[in-house]
Design a protein around this ligand. Structure first.
Ligand code: ADP
Length: 366
């Protein structure tokens, strides 16, 4: 007996409509092409990705899909497609627009039969997805790992060398002054490592939006004097003078003490790192609604084009004098994140070979 409850077989038109709406609801671009690689079917997402606003039906695929490889060499998409025997996919190519803009693409090519049974014409289905954002996150992660591991390796190697030297001398009842010097070097490197780890942990909390400001009343003069006292030994080691300037009208500042301190520390350590001779001034002046701090140095300076980039993640100037110093390019990026949290505004003035001034206006938060 025939099954009367079975859904009647849809006619071809209904089925085509269903298929069309299914393909059109997909977020990925879909293009079906025939054996001669001309477009037979496509969806709205494909038009969006390819940035085309007219019908593609019947157009040869190589006229609408311009791809380049990692070395910016054009890819012969027709040849690639006709050589595809089983499904293949790539994440390494980029789509090239007429205005030379590019996006990273995930593309998969699958040979299919476009129709039913043996009658069905042979062809291919191409799937396209814009993966520019994913790619940039991947690149950022790779860069992060490479910068951090490089920056950790140097201090660890120095510390290791010094400790093993100290151990060797201690076992041989060697010279105490040399042992002390080796241990001091090790200590400095460990402090440097701890600075990097602090930056990383602040960075990770800032990226996850996990930082909150605990508003306290900050005695500005005390803070400035404390910082000058803490960093004077580092400055002196390089023959630099670290001075303070305090506006006599200074009162308390209502803001996040830890973050204000971290911002100023970043400016001061940079000023010491990137100055070979002269002096550094840490100053504070009263401004309407808050306090302006500044750190001025007589150092190597920052070129106009670099000034736009110093707050970018991982940015370090190509200047060889910058590269002589350790650094991750994270300090000012973290500083900017903290400044935003405090509703503060940073200004930068610099002249090559003359010096740099970073200033920051920190408003009272209550
Ligand atoms: P790092 O010091 O770890 O490289 P930062 O984010 O603190 O990273 O600084 C980014 C870059 O900005 C530095 O590599 C350097 O090129 C430049 N820079 C920052 N402060 C100064 C300064 N006071 N003088 C000259 N260049 C500076």
């Amino acid at each position: 007996m025939p099954d009367t409850n079975a859904t009647p077989a849809p006619n071809a038109d209904v089925e085509r409509e269903r298929l069309k709406s299914l393909i059109n609801s997909m977020g990925d671009g879909v293009i079906a092409i025939d054996e001669q690689t001309s477009v037979v079917l496509y969806n709205g997402a494909a038009l969006n990705i390819l940035d085309i606003n007219k019908s593609m039906a019947g157009t040869p695929i190589n006229e609408v899909l311009h791809l380049i490889d990692k070395n910016n060499q054009p890819i012969d998409i027709r040849e690639t497609i006709t050589n595809t025997k089983t499904s293949t996919a790539s994440r390494e190519w980029r789509l090239l627009y007429p205005d030379k803009e590019t996006v990273n693409l995930y593309i998969s090519i699958a040979p299919v039969r476009l129709g039913y049974g043996q009658e069905g014409m042979r062809g291919y289905v191409i799937l396209l997805r814009d993966i520019t954002r994913e790619k940039s996150l991947e690149e950022e992660r790779d860069e992060f790992i490479s910068v951090v591991s490089h920056e950790l390796r140097t201090p660890i190697a120095i510390a290791e060398g010094n400790v093993s030297n100290a151990l060797f001398l201690a076992e041989k009842n060697g010279d105490l002054t040399t042992i002390r010097e080796s241990l001091k070097q090790t200590y400095n490197q460990i402090m440097f490592l701890s600075g990097i780890i602090n930056d990383l942990s602040t960075l990770s909390r800032a990226e996850r939006g996990k930082l909150n400001v605990e508003i306290e009343s900050i005695n500005v003069s005390e803070l400035v004097q404390e910082l000058v006292a803490n960093y004077t030994p580092d400055a002196q080691k390089k023959g630099l003078e670290l001075k303070s300037y305090l506006d006599p009208t200074l009162e308390v500042l209502l803001s996040g003490r830890l973050y204000v301190r971290e911002i100023l520390q970043n400016f001061i350590t940079n000023a010491i790192k990137y100055t070979e001779k002269g002096h550094i001034v840490l100053g504070a002046t009263t401004k309407k609604g808050g306090v302006e701090f500044y750190v001025t140095d007589t150092g190597i300076g920052i070129s106009k084009s670099d000034q736009e980039k110093v707050f970018d993640k991982f940015f370090r100037s190509e200047d060889y004098r910058t590269r002589q110093n350790n650094g991750t390019g994270l300090g000012l990026y973290v500083t900017m994140k903290l400044a935003r949290l405090l509703h503060a505004e940073i200004n930068l003035q610099s002249e090559m070979n003359q010096g740099t001034t970073f200033s920051i206006f920190i408003p009272n938060l209550r």
